[in-house]
Design a protein around this ligand. Structure first.
Ligand SMILES: [Zn+2]
Length: 148
């Protein structure tokens, strides 16, 4: 009775279940061991949904895995950004590593295509009122970054 895996049953409490009233789409759930609680004792500007500072210090690894340490600097997260998984709207494709995808044949073809004409059309309506750099070096650097 208990061994067989069935897809029927009740959700364990506490949970949140969201479902469209027409029942056309699969419902989605959130089941937690502890439902979020507004924590007034956490120091400002920490999120009131952060775990207590003392408990976060006791279990730093667990807190990091859960991404609950909201008050820490976002530095490490930015370093990892280049290896981020994601979805490319140009190629309509998921990718495992951002940098690798940007270097892929498909994406480079798009980046060098005329698909950005819609952006260029809007840019052409703006007024350029910066002082042009005379050395030209800074401009070249900016362009090499902009093309990728
Ligand atoms: Zn792409």
């Amino acid at each position: 009775f208990g061994i067989q895996k069935t897809k029927t049953g009740r959700l364990k409490k506490p949970f949140v279940k969201v479902e469209d009233a027409s029942h056309h789409y699969r419902p989605f759930y959130l089941q937690l061991s502890n439902i979020p609680l507004i924590n007034y004792s956490v120091p400002k500007p920490c999120s009131p949904f952060d775990l207590d500072k003392t408990s976060a210090l006791q279990k730093p690894t667990q807190a990091k895995q859960r991404n609950r340490v909201g008050c820490e600097a976002p530095g490490p997260a930015r370093l990892r950004e280049s290896k981020k998984k994601g979805y490319c709207e140009c190629c309509s494709q998921k990718y495992e590593a951002l940098q690798a995808h940007l270097l892929s044949e498909q994406h480079r073809n798009f980046a060098q295509s005329t698909q950005y004409q819609v952006v260029d059309d809007i840019i052409s309506k703006l007024v350029y009122d910066f002082v042009e750099s005379k050395s030209g070096i800074s401009r070249r650097v900016k362009r090499s970054i902009g093309s990728f």
